[in-house]
Design a protein around this ligand. Structure first.
Ligand SMILES: Cc1ncc(COP(=O)(O)O)c(C=O)c1O
Length: 424
């Protein structure tokens, strides 16, 4: 038995499913998890000493690769000064200034501890600001596991087949309206029916929790103008896209200004962090200035801030890294599509910048329904083969592949070779 298998046997006895987050259990591909011991650059090493080229990158934040030396140094120095004070610190100010400088739609920001918390708080703020209750979300988009948003959710909820969770009272979701991604008419319909009750539209500007679904031209612009027309707020959930598609995230990439933005793990360079921000007018409604209550003992934690600031500073100072990453990624995903074509498979690769997904379907994937046409059994076989050959993919058809700036041309070629071998 491998060390990973032994650890999993122990884990299932003391943790639900043996894990602390569902997708990690590898259940949807009929396998058990690899227990990761360490990582460096774009490589992961498991407890048995196997090496993998990592296409998860901690689900996004390791955009510079694992163990980036400057980030590590800043974290070590911060640890020496103290792990947590529960008091105001200089790095929080530095982080807030940096986010406001980098993201033009943000004049004020509040740090939290996860993407879930960021979105949950942004929704409360949107409701407090507009004095309305309803929100529109999109089927297959995932915004964390807060009660009101576990409605037709993507990511692990989609993989496990429980898009609507047990334990969520009807009262918590009665104001959550689900529209179809890339379908403006479905959004318009809600606005026409109850526009004065809608506080906000929340969207993943690139849907990355049902695989990767790019917004159709005009979709995000259409959401912006519907929100303007009806006085609702537009919330971009940039937990995946923020500081990944470019230094200004998806809003910079597509040139759309949301009213509120949520960030997650990537803003903490791999530490447990989230944030939400927007205009001064809206953000000044948050406690202690305004009447929307939101708090957190560990929010703005100095070690997490040190990691986040270090990563963001590197990204800010090296715009060429994004150019290189996106060029590498475009070529890589196009090459996968070429391999599929050559091998006579009608499957499809969707990608935006470094985010990509191979769907085992001949249908164009533009929303939840079309994403679900993917043959998950075929994905399971492919995913197990790839992991067995040293390529660490998310163990779910409905998660993205994340390339980082540490993936070298050589690693990408090696990956393509393994993909080619599989399809041959
Ligand atoms: C778009 C989006 N929003 C919110 C979340 C929730 O973030 P967290 O898992 O940090 O709570 C996720 C998680 O992956 C996400 O992808």
């Amino acid at each position: 038995m491998t060390k990973s298998e032994t650890l999993f046997q122990r884990a299932v006895k003391v943790m639900p499913g043996g894990v602390n987050s569902p997708v990690r259990a590898f259940g949807s591909i009929g396998a058990s998890p690899k227990f990761i011991k360490s990582a460096e650059g774009a490589y992961l090493y498991d407890e048995d000493g196997n090496r993998y080229i990592d296409y998860i990158g901690s689900w996004g934040p390791m955009i510079l690769g694992h163990g980036q030396p400057e980030v590590l140094d800043c974290v070590i120095e911060a640890c020496k000064r103290g792990l947590s004070f529960g008091a105001a610190t200089a790095p929080e100010v530095e982080m807030a200034e940096l986010v406001c400088e980098l993201i033009p739609s943000i004049e004020m920001v509040r740090m939290v501890n996860s993407g879930t918390e960021a979105v949950m708080s942004a929704i409360r703020l949107a409701r407090g600001y507009t004095k309305r209750n309803k929100i529109i979300k999109f089927t297959g988009c995932y915004h964390g596991h807060s009660d009101g948003l576990l409605v037709k959710a993507g990511s692990g909820a989609m993989t496990s087949g429980i898009p609507d969770s047990l334990g969520v009272p009807v009262g918590c979701t009665q104001d959550t309206l689900s529209a179809d991604y890339n379908n403006l008419d479905s959004v318009k319909g809600y606005f026409e029916r109850c526009g004065e009750e809608i506080a906000a539209v929340i969207v993943e500007p690139v849907a990355a929790n049902m695989g990767v679904v790019p917004p159709k031209p005009g979709f995000l612009e259409g959401l912006r103008s519907l929100c303007d027309q009806y006085g609702a707020l537009l919330i971009f959930d940039e937990v995946i896209t923020g500081f990944r598609l470019g230094i200004c995230g998806a809003q910079g990439y597509y040139g759309i200004k949301p009213d509120l933005t949520t960030f997650g793990k990537i803003i903490g360079g791999g530490m447990p962090v989230g944030a939400y921000g927007g205009s001064r007018e809206i953000m000044e409604l948050v406690a202690p200035v305004g009447g929307v209550y939101q708090a957190g003992t560990l929010s703005g934690n100095p070690v997490a801030m040190a990691a986040g600031i270090a990563q963001l500073m590197i990204l800010k100072e090296h715009p060429e890294y994004y150019v290189q990453l996106n060029e590498h990624a475009n070529k890589f995903y196009q090459n996968i599509q070429e391999i599929l074509k050559k091998s006579g498979r009608p499957y499809r690769v969707n990608h935006v910048g470094s985010l990509g997904c191979l769907y085992f379907t001949d249908t164009e994937v533009v929303d939840y329904e079309s994403a679900k046409t993917s043959d998950t059994k075929a994905f399971t076989d492919y995913c197990n083969y790839m992991i067995g050959h040293g390529v660490y993919l998310a163990p779910s058809q409905f998660e993205a592949m994340f390339l980082s700036m540490a993936h070298t041309e050589e690693m990408l070629q090696e990956t393509l070779k393994i993909i080619e071998e599989y399809f041959q």
